[in-house]
Design a protein around this ligand. Structure first.
Ligand code: TYD
Ligand code: MG
Length: 456
């Protein structure tokens, strides 16, 4: 006998409540509860039926467990391997999230088509076979063993999985799936949770890596509950500015690797192109120097990356000065402006300040501070900074330039790309051997030193 009940779910954390409540007691968010009708079957029989565990399970003494050599599956896409921590782990469940139209389906189809000698099943609940085929033609093929299945019912998917036994499974998207065991509509929290749980069981029992594509809501949350993030082994985020071609794949959670890694792609007419050397493309090639531009040597993950910061400082036309930052934390910009005002006497309180990181990317590395204050001062004075200058250092509240980690790697990258002067913190002196580089290294201790070195 089936019994219908309605339950309220928090869309943020997935908590349940028998009645509607305004504020979620579990995560503290307001107005996140939605009602769902659930009809649970009385038999708790799994819809997966045939997939029974092959392993006999028993508690084991920790000394007796042998840590086997980690197996990693090469995805054929080095940027994805890097973000996953060296390749895909058998039996792992990977969630890739991103805004609609950013290129999640393109990325995963491309990965599916590039796997060599692996049977890949790409299940889509959003597009028809023809649409996928057209996209595949655009991208170009590699792997003839890539199967496409248009299906949204998990029971049907599992029956195909039994027959096909693929090496890798891709689901586009988890929000489109539904299981017969639950009555609510596809995309609802209980459906997402149940489908993901079934796929997780499948991944663990058969040692097949499963990739789930997930949508993101307006405010950047993974649509569907946080429970999804808890269930999967790895959460990747695919992001970028729609108006630029660059796309960044970030790891937000990874049980098999570091979360600081980053993969960079460029969306072209023929799918996504991997960018192995980001510095060269993130710096715009100009014939002459313009004011308000400074290049920063940052590090994202394990990789040094040179990015261009652009500032525009002008008199505030209307009463309140405007501050806006793209690709950089606006609060941190305000802090840097306050430091410039207090420690170096710049009257920026009456000026509009706009800041932009070129290429539509976002930088969290504090080493970008030095380039940002340089570009702001350059725009304010309308004096260009020579194009061969590069900056790396964090700015403290007292106006001191602080040393940053992995300084050698940053300087080496700037040197490799032909920069002539690299401005670093004076506190980094002991970790650098200036003779090793062609570039001249300028040590600065305070903002005043920087002003002297730049504008004399
Ligand atoms: P898509 O992969 O469908 O995004 P998602 O699955 O995240 O919603 O994104 C496709 C977008 O990328 C679409 O705007 C068209 C564009 N695109 C290209 O520019 N080049 C290509 O080769 C492909 C396949 C898509
Ligand atoms: Mg899609």
């Amino acid at each position: 006998m089936a019994k219908a009940t309605t339950v309220f779910f928090c869309q943020n954390c997935g908590a349940q409540s028998p009645k509607w409540i305004g504020r979620c007691p579990s995560c503290g968010e307001w107005n996140t509860y939605v009602e769902e009708v659930i009809k649970k079957e009385t038999s708790r029989e799994s819809s997966m039926g045939e997939f029974k565990s092959k392993k006999k399970n028993s508690p084991t003494n920790i000394d007796k467990i042998t840590a086997g050599k980690e197996i990693r599956i090469d995805t054929g896409t080095p940027e994805l391997n890097r973000v996953l921590g060296g390749g895909m782990v058998p039996g792992s469940l990977v969630l890739i999230g991103g805004e609609p139209g950013i290129g999640k389906s393109t990325l995963m189809l491309q990965v599916a088509l590039r796997f060599e000698n692996k049977k890949v099943l790409y299940v889509t609940g959003e597009e028809s076979d023809q649409q996928i085929k057209m996209r595949a033609d655009r991208i170009g093929y590699g792997n003839p063993d890539c199967m496409i299945l248009t299906e949204t019912n998990t029971q049907n998917i599992f029956s195909f999985l039994e027959k096909l036994d693929p090496d890798i499974l891709v689901i586009d998207s988890i929000q489109a799936l539904y299981t017969d065991r639950i009555d609510s509509s596809p995309g609802s929290i209980s459906q997402i949770r149940e489908c993901a749980a079934e796929l997780q069981r499948y991944a663990k029992l058969t040692d097949t890596p499963v990739i789930l594509i997930g949508h993101i809501t307006k405010d950047g949350m993974l649509a569907g509950p946080k429970v999804l993030e808890h269930m999967v082994d790895t959460v990747l985020q695919f992001e970028g500015d729609r108006h630029y071609e660059f796309r960044i794949l970030r790891s937000m959670k990874n049980r098999y690797g570091s979360t600081s890694e980053l993969g960079i792609f460029e969306m072209t007419g023929k799918g996504l192109r991997e960018i192995h050397n980001p510095s060269e493309i993130l710096i715009s090639q100009r014939d002459e120097a313009v004011s308000g531009v400074a290049v920063a040597a940052t590090i994202e993950g394990q990789r040094p990356m040179l990015v261009e910061t652009q500032a525009l400082v002008g008199s505030a036309a209307y009463g309140t000065p405007q501050r806006s930052a793209t690709g950089f934390d606006a609060k941190r910009l305000n802090m840097l402006l306050a430091v410039l005002e207090k420690r170096a006497g710049f009257r920026l309180g009456v000026k509009d300040v706009f800041l932009n990181i070129a290429g539509g990317i976002r930088v969290d590395d504090p080493a970008i501070d030095l380039a940002i204050i340089s570009s702001v001062m350059s725009s304010n004075a309308d004096i260009p900074i020579p194009q061969q200058y590069c900056f790396t250092g964090e700015v403290g509240l007292s106006g001191e330039i602080r040393a940053v980690n992995r300084i050698e790697q940053r300087v080496a990258e700037a040197d490799k790309l032909g920069f002539e002067k690299v401005f670093v913190s004076a506190y980094a002196k002991k970790s650098l051997v200036p003779k090793k580089y062609n570039a001249e290294i300028i040590f600065v201790r305070k903002i005043e030193d920087l002003i002297m070195a730049l504008f004399g």
